[in-house]
Design a protein around this ligand. Structure first.
Ligand code: 5GP
Ligand code: ZN
Length: 124
């Protein structure tokens, strides 16, 4: 889509720090990270927001979400279990939709936040 910054990243017209790519999705580092690890996962096909998705998008949405634990592992923020019910590490996944949802870029994206807290503007 014309004038979409994330479509331009997909098309390699503007640079991004890409951490994963396949035929359907792209993941890259957020340019203004709110946490030590802050990645964005997007569909290559332009969709304005989650509000434009229906059941026909289940596969790509599933792929975006299923990528999060792999990215978390690769960036050192996976959930670790001590085998006795204790856990450490972890990350937050978030999709903002529309003005009231805090969406600023209108190309669907999944945020993956992790690393040492506090994280800017994300509460708990
Ligand atoms: P939203 O508020 O729409 O959920 O999040 C948009 C995110 O995109 C923000 O965290 C912002 O820092 C990030 N962002 C905006 N423009 C660019 C860009 O050109 N490159 C990258 N890598 N991230 C961007
Ligand atoms: Zn786009």
């Amino acid at each position: 889509m014309d004038n979409c910054i994330f479509c331009k990243i997909v098309a390699k017209q503007i640079p991004a720090s890409v951490v994963y790519e396949d035929d359907d999705v792209l993941a890259f580092k957020d340019i203004n990270p709110a946490a030590p690890v802050h990645l964005l996962v997007i569909p290559k096909q332009h969709l304005d927001s989650l509000s434009d998705c229906g059941m026909e998008h289940a596969a790509v949405l599933g792929k975006m979400l299923a990528l999060a634990p792999k990215l978390a592992e690769e960036h050192g923020v996976a959930v670790k279990s001590d085998g006795n019910g204790g856990r450490s590490g972890g990350y937050k996944t978030l999709i903002n939709s529309g003005p009231d949802g805090g969406q600023e870029v209108y190309h669907l994206h999944l945020h993956v936040y992790g690393g040492q807290r506090p994280w800017r503007g994300l509460g708990t």
